[in-house]
Design a protein around this ligand. Structure first.
Ligand code: PMP
Length: 300
């Protein structure tokens, strides 16, 4: 396999040499922000939306990303080019940088920027045909007024705890409720239910990340003539839905066919979910920022 290149603070290094200090506050305190982006057939899907969300997350925690949005967009494109991938997952991380052992971010003079590009599929292929089983877990979503899920920070312990519960229950993913018992989202994906042909997804204030795949699905569904409602719903609504599916950069659109032991619909991916996944996959290969049409500054 050819060398994997990682962008690390102004230069490309090999995976083996991509190392940062143990005094980095991303490591010590989860102080930083990140994005997960996807490139399909050489097109970076919704790059602008991901870049905007990254800069908004950073602004919210007073972290200055040391590049303009244009510069970082180019860095991401170059990292994909340098690795020669057509289809891949892109991870962009900006940490507060190296400081001392205290948590004061003002002692961290230089944020660290990392871009990693890797082939990835989180769910095995066959699960898109069969659908997945999920549970709801005891771990509640961070309250938005405590730690806003809109900030895609390196503080993912809430989500990690959910994933541990899913693992212990031997299911692929789990849903968390918010402190009021409304369904918020999965550990790394948004949730939709379909009832009588209408799509419902929790609004941001319930405690969900406003996912970019979620937005894309809302756009696609509206274009196809669906009514989409962003409103809070409960576990009961999920149990009695005709269809349930999750969305996310890594997950794309995946059907949920069992929730807490209740079979959803006919127990197989429903027609609306299948249609939305099909439209989504059609779209991602044709729209987006073209990686290989741009000048490769590293060529030669
Ligand atoms: N919720 C959480 C907690 C996530 O980590 C993700 C993945 N970024 C999502 C939802 C889905 O968001 P997106 O579609 O932007 O990947």
């Amino acid at each position: 396999m050819s060398e994997q290149w990682i962008f690390l603070n102004d230069e490309f290094v090999t995976k083996e040499n991509a190392k940062i200090s143990v005094y980095d506050h991303g490591f010590l305190y989860g102080d930083g922000v990140f994005e997960g982006i996807r490139v399909y057939s050489g097109n970076v899907f919704r790059m602008k939306e991901h870049i905007d969300r990254l800069y908004n997350s950073a602004k919210s925690i007073l972290l200055n990303i040391p590049y303009t949005k244009e510069e970082l967009t180019n860095i991401i494109v170059q990292t994909v080019q340098k690795n020669g991938f057509e289809d891949a997952y892109i991870r962009v991380v900006v940490s507060r940088g190296v400081g001392d052992l205290g948590l004061d971010p003002y002692k961290c003079p230089k944020p660290q920027v990392v871009v990693i590009v890797e082939p990835l599929a989180i769910f095995p292929k066959h699960l898109y045909e069969t659908g997945i089983e999920v549970i709801t877990v005891a771990t509640r979503r961070n309250r938005p007024d405590v730690l806003s899920p809109k900030v895609k920070s390196l503080n993912y312990l809430n989500n990690v705890l959910v994933r541990i519960e899913a693992h212990l229950a031997n299911v692929s993913e789990a849903l968390m409720l918010n402190d009021q018992g409304y369904v918020a989202e999965g550990s790394a994906d948004n949730v939709f239910i379909v009832k009588n042909g209408v799509l419902y997804t929790p609004p941001g204030y319930v405690g969900a990340l406003e996912g970019i795949t979620r937005d894309a699905i809302i756009d696609i569904a509206k274009e196809l003539g669906y009514v989409v409602k962003e409103e809070p719903f409960t576990r009961h609504d999920v149990y009695t839905a005709d269809e349930v599916f999750l969305t996310g950069t890594a997950a794309e659109v995946i059907a949920v066919v069992k929730v807490d032991g209740r079979v959803i619909g006919d127990g197989v991916p429903g027609e609306h979910t299948k249609r939305l996944l099909e439209q989504f996959r059609k779209r991602v290969v044709s729209e987006g920022v073209k990686v290989y049409a741009t000048q490769n500054v590293n060529a030669g």
